[in-house]
Design a binder for this molecule. Structure first.
Ligand SMILES: Cc1cc2nc3c(=O)[nH]c(=O)nc-3n(C[C@H](O)[C@H](O)[C@H](O)COP(=O)(O)OP(=O)(O)OC[C@H]3O[C@@H](n4cnc5c(N)ncnc54)[C@H](O)[C@@H]3O)c2cc1C
Length: 389
């Protein structure tokens, strides 16, 4: 029997949406990889960050964090997240994030200016901050547990995942989607959800649909065990300078928030090796902005692809130019933070219903996109190179 919905991509976006759809529709998820969740969804730092720059991202993040605090009886498997708290520090622009703080407070999220930042996050000792925000109930989430839980729920409701199946293109007839062509043959479906992360834009370009989604490579460095690391230390992000650290494996997972445009190859495998120059960037920033970690030593690291629309807002909902084509893409650096709610809202809209917490227009695949994206190569907010999209 043909599925009602084919989902292209078994990352957080595709599986969260499939999980929400499965009780009401026959859902088939396709992925080109050997297993689900092996691309960006396996490359992230796992920080759930509600205090972001964009109001749509924040709305999705607040919704996801509320669910993470109580996933409910439907959730199978391990608790996907835990509270550790977070400090968003600012070293050059004390007003950056003010609007986000107001938004979160209006939604009842606790955000405070800590009287003693080092008291809440000891690794801030010696940090040259001009301002800091303390979000005491911020979380870290384990993307693998999320992937496994979404998969279990999908299967319980009769949905299926088919791996090692690469979608080659969309099938259309009389201006609407009728299915997909894959390297295993065609599959018919009345609706196709594109949740193909870094590969999404390339799948619609042959149809003449311009949906700019730009993959930006970012580096993560894992340090050797370090005396200041403890599992319940808050994660710390010096947001305007672009450097973060979260405890991991007895050491620290750190990034200098580097960005470089890097379209993926044709098949699976977007994880890259640690570039020594970008590890050096991260460690230099650590020394300047988190000097308490200046003695941390590199154990290893990797890079992965974060995929953004030019306005850095997700691309969600039905495509206005091709009936039956749906999107859950452009989750950039916030797919762990927003994934659950992305799935919820896209599935709700597919059912013909609305939500009162997100307007479809602002995230529509057909919205007017800027023609350039500021690529923050050195991780600093407001600095970088303009990339023509
Ligand atoms: C270094 C790094 C750090 C990050 N840190 C954080 C963080 O701390 N907090 C946070 O919230 N987010 C973070 N993110 C972002 C988060 O990981 C992503 O937003 C999220 O994983 C995107 O999920 P996705 O499902 O859209 O994409 P993916 O996980 O990339 O899934 C897309 C899937 O589509 C499949 N696919 C593609 N093309 C085809 C095709 N033609 N046929 C079949 N299958 C196909 C791929 O194989 C893949 O499995 C980080 C990302 C990176 C890279």
């Amino acid at each position: 029997m043909n599925p009602d919905v084919v989902v292209v991509g078994a990352g957080l976006a595709g599986l969260a949406t499939a999980w929400h759809l499965a009780p009401r529709a026959r859902v088939l998820v396709l992925d080109q990889g050997e297993q689900a969740g092996a691309e960006a969804s396996a490359q992230n730092a796992g920080m759930v960050r509600r205090l972001g720059e964009d109001p749509y991202e924040r709305a999705l993040a607040v919704r996801t964090a509320a669910w993470l605090s109580d996933p409910g009886e439907d959730w199978e498997g391990r608790a996907p997240s835990r509270v550790v708290g977070a400090v968003l520090g600012l070293a050059r622009d004390p007003q950056h994030l003010h609007d986000g703080v107001a938004h979160l407070r209006a939604r009842g999220v606790a955000v405070a200016q800590p009287a003693d930042p080092v008291g809440v996050a000891p690794i801030l000792a010696g940090s040259p901050l001009t301002a800091a925000w303390w979000v005491p109930d911020e979380r870290v989430a384990d993307a693998w547990s999320l992937i496994q839980g979404f998969l279990a729920g999908l299967r319980r409701h009769g949905g299926a995942l088919r791996t090692r199946t690469r979608v080659l293109g969309l099938r259309t007839d009389a201006g609407r989607v009728t299915g997909v062509d894959t390297d295993q043959g065609p599959i018919e479906a009345g609706r196709v959800l594109l949740a193909a992360g870094a590969w999404s834009a390339g799948l619609v370009a042959p149809l003449g649909l311009r949906r700019p989604l730009i993959p930006l490579r970012r580096t993560l460095v894992q340090t050797l065990p370090h005396p200041a690391s403890r599992p319940d230390h808050p994660w710390v992000w010096i947001d305007d300078e672009g450097v973060y650290a979260r405890p991991e494996g007895g050491g620290w997972l750190v990034s200098g928030c580097d960005e470089a445009v890097d379209p993926p190859s044709g098949g699976p495998g977007s994880r890259g090796p640690l570039d020594p120059a970008l590890a050096a960037l991260a460690l230099d920033k650590i020394a300047r902005f988190l000097p308490a970690l200046a003695d941390a030593r590199v154990a290893g690291g990797w890079s992965g692809l974060r995929t953004f629309a030019p306005d850095r807002r997700p691309v969600l909902g039905e495509d206005p130019e091709l009936a039956g084509l749906w999107w859950a893409a452009g989750l950039g650096g916030f797919g762990v933070t927003c994934g659950y709610a992305v799935g919820e809202v896209v599935a709700t809209w597919m059912d013909g219903r609305t939500v009162d917490w997100l307007s479809p227009r602002g995230v529509s695949p057909g919205r007017a996109f800027p023609t350039r994206l500021l690529v923050r190569s050195g991780g600093v907010i407001g600095e970088g190179e303009l990339h023509r999209t």
